[in-house]
Design a protein around this ligand. Structure first.
Ligand SMILES: [Zn+2]
Ligand SMILES: [Zn+2]
Length: 501
């Protein structure tokens, strides 16, 4: 869902009129927006009925219902994105919002107005898929019962909607709205800013700086958008704090992330240590044993240690540079050429985020998994299986090739992953855009524990990906700077400032 929300918000953030004006008459535009709002929900009704029927017919194999639900939701998200991107790119919906009397000229308001059908569509969709989601979650809850762990009733509709809204929409909408407000304000005073600084691109640079500032302070905002509280003092907090010291992981706080006991998950957010939070959901604390929580915690720490968050920001920076380079070249082109170029740009960005980003993410997840395994070893997990790492003690003098993983730790970590999937009602074989299936991640770790050299190769492979990412970011930044003639302008500005003195 994140990708769809980000994509639609990015369109609202960058465009103020459609690229292909297929529908211009206001009545028709509103009708198209209404149709786009309803269509995903209609499809949602069909998916829900299919899921409930499957669960009903095959009570012994709930995985069949889970599979239909997972696949159905993927298709619905695609449909949701396509419908609303269609409205914004092919109808006069965006100009219509900007021309709304009075409020249409306020900063931020037209953008938010343009998002209303999309947000409405998401809420409608959640309402219609709620019965299916609830049924799938019920299976997970029965697992809790089976394990003799505390059990909470599956959340009612209101709570489900609120949770989804906070975690899937506001989580992205609020930071993006801040950037949108900054961009609207800068656009309004564009001339004044350019005149005051004497730099043509100063307004664009201000928006860029605002975006960076939002990215840095976002965790502080998000901890309030989500319902969180500091992890209470106790044995688990002590263990995790000790672990952080050993891992040399710096953070502001460890937070419990409240989900009404429904979501088993952990996350880390924040680019800089003073604004970095590690989050663990309430259900994970209730349902999983401390060792497995440490395993998941080690995975999240791995994302920090291997610089995955800055890498994702580089990814966004590259997009920004591509768009900048494009807008310089597209300036003043004939309408049809402009449309073709813009379509190409759209395809490039969809490929970059839809395919490349997913591919890179999956490798980062695996690297974080390896870090999770190492963390388990660091906590002193006793080794009880044939293991390359720990068998060396028996033959001192024999050097172990390539920094091996402990087989037992890999095994326990794999178990922790299975447990997370089971408790969330996700099939171990199910894949997602950012994550490989739990089963394949688990298998991968077992293989690496047996083949240390392969582990080394994998680490080099990820390092290479990161270097390519960094190099691409530097090249596109320099290119964008060249297109904007930043260097010559800066040079003039500097010499001007020097000669004045
Ligand atoms: Zn992860
Ligand atoms: Zn071992």
């Amino acid at each position: 869902m994140y990708l769809v929300v980000i994509g639609i918000l990015a369109i609202v953030l960058t465009l103020s009129s459609p690229i292909y004006r297929l529908v211009a008459e206001p009545g028709l535009v509103i009708a198209t927006a209404a149709a786009a709002t309803l269509l995903p929900a209609v499809f949602g009704v069909l998916v829900t009925r299919r899921v409930l029927r499957k669960l009903d017919r095959h009570p012994q194999q709930p995985s069949r219902g889970q599979f239909v639900f997972g696949r159905g939701m993927t298709i619905i998200q695609f449909l949701l994105g396509a419908c609303h991107a269609g409205v914004m790119l092919c109808t006069d919906w965006l100009p219509l919002c900007h021309q709304t009397p009075v409020i249409g000229t306020w900063p931020l308001v037209p953008g938010l107005l343009a998002l209303v059908p999309f947000l409405l569509s998401i809420v409608l969709l959640w309402i219609v898929v709620y019965p299916a989601d609830r049924a799938v979650r019920q299976i997970a809850v029965e697992v809790y019962l089976f394990r003799g762990k505390p059990l909470r009733p599956v959340w009612p509709l209101g709570q489900y909607l609120l949770y989804n809204l906070r975690h899937q929409v506001l989580f992205i909408l609020i930071p993006m709205a801040l950037i949108l407000a900054a961009s609207d304000l800068v656009t309004r005073y564009e001339q004044a800013i350019a005149d005051a600084t004497g730099i043509d691109f100063a307004p664009d640079m201000l928006v860029g700086l605002a975006a960076i500032a939002v990215a840095v302070v976002a965790p502080e905002i998000l901890r309030h958008v989500w319902v969180t509280q500091s992890l209470p003092d106790g044995p688990l907090r002590d263990r995790l704090q000790l672990l952080c010291q050993r891992l040399r992981l710096r953070y502001r706080d460890i937070l419990v992330w409240r989900s009404g006991g429904m979501i088993v998950n952990a996350a880390v957010m924040g680019v800089i240590a003073p604004l970095r939070y590690v989050l663990i959901t309430d259900a994970m604390l209730e349902q999983m044993e401390d060792t497995k929580i440490e395993a998941v915690f080690g995975h999240e720490a791995g994302h920090v240690k291997h610089h995955h968050i800055p890498c994702f920001l580089l990814f966004a920076l590259i997009s920004g540079c591509i768009v900048t380079i494009f807008s310089v070249h597209a300036h003043g082109l004939p309408r049809t050429d402009y449309q073709i170029l813009l379509t190409l740009l759209g395809l490039v960005l969809v490929f970059k985020w839809g395919v490349v980003f997913g591919w890179v993410s999956r490798r980062f997840e695996r690297q974080a998994d390896i870090h999770g395994v190492r963390t388990l070893t660091l906590t002193g997990l006793p080794c009880s299986m044939p293991c390359v790492l720990h068998s060396s003690g028996e033959n001192p003098g024999q050097t172990i090739p390539g920094d091996p993983l402990c087989s037992t730790a890999a095994h326990v970590f794999g178990h922790a992953l299975y447990e997370v999937a089971l408790l969330n009602g996700i099939q171990p074989e199910a894949r997602s855009w950012r994550h490989s299936s739990i089963a394949s991640r688990s298998r991968f770790l077992q293989q690496l524990a047996q083949q240390p050299r392969r582990q080394q190769r994998f680490q080099r492979h990820v390092l290479l990906i990161q270097l390519v990412l960094l190099a691409t970011a530097i090249i596109t930044s320099l290119w964008a700077a060249y297109e904007l003639e930043i260097l010559s302008v800066l040079g003039k500005w500097l010499t001007g400032a020097l000669t004045e003195h």
